[in-house]
Ligand binder design. Structure first.
Ligand SMILES: Cc1cc2nc3c(=O)[nH]c(=O)nc-3n(C[C@H](O)[C@H](O)[C@H](O)COP(=O)(O)OP(=O)(O)OC[C@H]3O[C@@H](n4cnc5c(N)ncnc54)[C@H](O)[C@@H]3O)c2cc1C
Length: 371
């Protein structure tokens, strides 16, 4: 039997679960599709202090007052020079600081609080539009096929993006960037408290971000222009390839064997973010270089705005979808401008193909960005 819902949400990352929560609050019947592969590596995402008003509007502060998450008073940075820029901890503490979140745990907290009007299904395996309804196929945990019908589809399936592939929507990529990520036992270094450290290096940039008291995420961001690109795949090589760093290498313990997770970290936006009865949000719609710390923040903001646009759609006003699309595209253009400025702030290795590739993104007069 086909089950019918008002709205289907594909993906249960932070954008999908927040959208499902909002749609249920306005009284819609929601089907959420999720891929229950366990997340093995934490990215130790940090959220800037400027996110606090959004967290308050979404009612998320009570979830963050849990030992899995902790306040974060800023980022140490060595960018543009060898000097270490310190975060202004006192100022951050006077105002409301940002947050280090355990994303998987936050999602599990939110899922637990979803009302019964939100029904969960497995991974989406097929999708087609018949008249004004979407027919969605999925498999449950027993491997049995399930069919769902919905009047609206929201794609929150992350960088893989289900709708761009199903509807042949082109994606515009602005750069090439891969993240090589490990979770390792924390190394205490007196100089850094709750470290988030960004350091530019000759062929890459690196990130240290504390996951918990015991665990820290280390990441190297680079692309195939780097002569060390293949070496980043094995943690055994990291000390050697980071030998010339000043700070990052202090966090790399030798003789530790941990798997390296390689993930796409480049910037892209889909050429269309909404249609008559669908929209995209989070990384499925547009993705961000982790240097910006915009990915999760914008995914949460998009869930908020997508909720408003879908509420308008169900009250007979489609203008909300156009406004959503326009607003998100504008946010993305601002982000790209900031990204270009940030990469151009590092001029120590002007002959490095990696830095040349990052500085080759430019803005045309029409506001289009090309590599
Ligand atoms: C190394 C690294 C560090 C980062 N650091 C930061 C940071 O400090 N601050 C910050 O704000 N952002 C950061 N980000 C970005 C941030 O993690 C993402 O932007 C954010 O989590 C995107 O959330 P999302 O809900 O859009 O997508 P996702 O978290 O990718 O969720 C999508 C979900 O959809 C599921 N899915 C996919 N296909 C299907 C299908 N067919 N059916 C059902 N489900 C499906 C996936 O399994 C996944 O669970 C970082 C990213 C990386 C790679």
């Amino acid at each position: 039997m086909i089950k019918t819902f008002d709205c289907a949400v594909i993906g249960m990352g932070i954008s999908g679960v927040l959208l499902a929560k909002m749609l249920a609050r306005i009284g819609l019947q929601v089907a959420v599709f999720h891929d229950d592969k366990p997340i093995k590596t934490s990215f130790a995402e940090s959220l800037p202090a400027s996110i606090n008003p959004l967290l308050a509007r979404l009612g998320l502060h009570p979830y963050l007052h849990h030992s899995a998450h902790f306040p974060c008073s800023g980022t140490y940075s060595s960018w543009g020079s060898a000097a270490l820029q310190q975060p202004d901890v006192e100022r951050a503490l006077q105002q409301k600081p940002g947050w280090k979140v355990d994303k998987s745990y936050l999602i599990s907290q939110l899922v637990e609080d979803l009302p019964e009007t939100v029904v969960m299904f497995g991974k989406v395996s097929g999708l087609e539009q018949q008249a004004s309804q979407w027919q969605i196929s999925s498999k449950n945990h027993m491997g049995e096929a399930v069919q769902v019908s919905a009047g609206f589809v929201a794609d929150a399936s992350g960088r893989q993006g289900y709708l761009p592939r199903a509807l042949n929507i082109p994606r515009h990529y602005f750069d090439k960037l891969m993240a090589f990520v490990v979770n390792v036992p924390s190394v205490k270094i007196a100089q850094f408290q709750h470290p988030v450290l960004v350091e530019a290096q000759q062929h890459c940039w690196s990130l240290v971000s504390q996951v918990s008291e015991k665990s820290t995420m280390l990441a190297i961001f680079s692309n195939q222009t780097s002569p060390d690109f293949e070496c980043y795949n094995s943690f055994e090589n990291w000390h050697e390839v980071s030998e010339k760093s000043i700070y990052f290498k202090q966090f790399i313990k030798k003789n530790i064997h941990v798997p390296v997770r390689k993930v796409n970290a480049s910037s892209h936006i889909c050429s269309q973010l909404t249609g008559r009865n669908w929209l995209m949000l989070g990384d499925a719609a547009m993705s961000f270089d982790p240097l910006s710390s915009h990915g999760m923040t914008t995914a949460m903001y998009m869930a908020d705005k997508a909720g408003e646009a879908i509420a308008q759609y169900f009250s007979g006003k489609s203008q909300g979808l156009d406004d959503y699309s326009e607003q998100m595209t504008s946010i993305y253009n601002t982000y790209l401008n900031e990204l270009v400025e940030r990469y151009n702030g590092e001029q120590r290795w002007s002959r490095s193909p990696f830095w040349q590739s990052k500085q080759a993104i430019h803005v045309s007069n029409e506001g289009a960005f090309v590599c």
